[in-house]
Design a protein. Structure first.
Length: 250
């Protein structure tokens, strides 16, 4: 049976959390902590201005074993946020398929919109689980059905080389949330691994036709920025809910 917990965590907290205290969630054997923030916190009430995201999250099991694998994250973002990619160079996913992190950043340098690190724990036959890590890069990807995408790239080399090139569709929607981003996480090490760490910084300034633009921007129309997150794990655990973070109108 799926276990439901009414609190938005993981990437939702990464993008909108702030303050001194990290989020902490425990569901059965699964423990997740997350912290982060965005700048600036003072935003205009009606016009959009550039912002930057930063954050980190850690996932572990209470008994030290490899935790349940995250399979999908679905994130809905407040209408007071805005994404702009027009005029930003596009990175084609096939350019990254066999690339190391350094090669990926070199091949699509002009398309980078975020960077950070990921970590995973992998079960090794006949031995203790091993921990692996990789630089993470987010690139502006090609549009799909008229919607923007982001391309996530990372690579591990233990116990074997595995390159991750994940296309993240960002669907524009009606209602209280402007965008929905869906991240389908592929199996790590043939299903023997689980994501255990993520840290990321997202933000990009660029010019297009002589106009300065920002990949992400926001306003403070209601005094609150909301994100809804739904996170599905391989053992059936589902973490679902909202994160609300106050902003200050100026």
């Amino acid at each position: 049976m799926k276990r439901l917990l009414g609190i938005g965590v993981l990437t939702a907290c990464i993008l909108l959390a702030g303050g001194a205290n990290a989020a902490f969630v425990k569901v059965g054997n699964l423990v997740l902590t997350a912290d982060g923030g965005f700048t600036p916190r003072k935003l205009p009430r009606h016009t959009y201005v550039p912002i930057d995201f930063r954050g980190d999250a850690d996932l572990r099991s209470t008994d030290g074993s490899v935790p349940a694998a995250l399979q999908q994250a679905v994130l809905d973002f407040d209408r007071d946020g805005r994404l702009t990619s027009a005029g930003l160079p596009v990175c084609q996913p096939q350019l990254l398929a066999d690339a190391t992190p350094a090669e990926a950043r070199n091949r699509c340098h002009a398309s980078i919109v975020g960077s950070g690190h990921v970590g995973a724990m992998i079960t090794v036959e006949g031995g203790s689980p091993v921990t692996v890590s990789s630089p993470l890069t987010l690139f502006n990807g090609p549009a799909q059905e008229g919607h923007p995408t982001a391309i996530l790239h990372a690579r591990i080399t233990v116990p074997a080389v595995q390159t991750f090139v994940i296309t993240i569709p960002i669907e524009k929607r009606r209602g209280g949330f402007r965008y929905r981003a869906t991240v389908d996480v592929p199996p790590i090490a043939g299903g023997r691994g689980s994501l255990t760490h993520l840290d990321v910084k997202i933000g990009r300034r660029y010019s297009f036709h002589g106009t300065k633009r920002s990949y992400v921007a926001a306003r403070c129309g209601s005094g609150i920025l909301r994100t809804h997150g739904r996170f599905t794990f391989a053992d059936g655990t589902v973490i679902d809910g909202n994160v609300e973070k106050a902003c200050t109108p100026r």
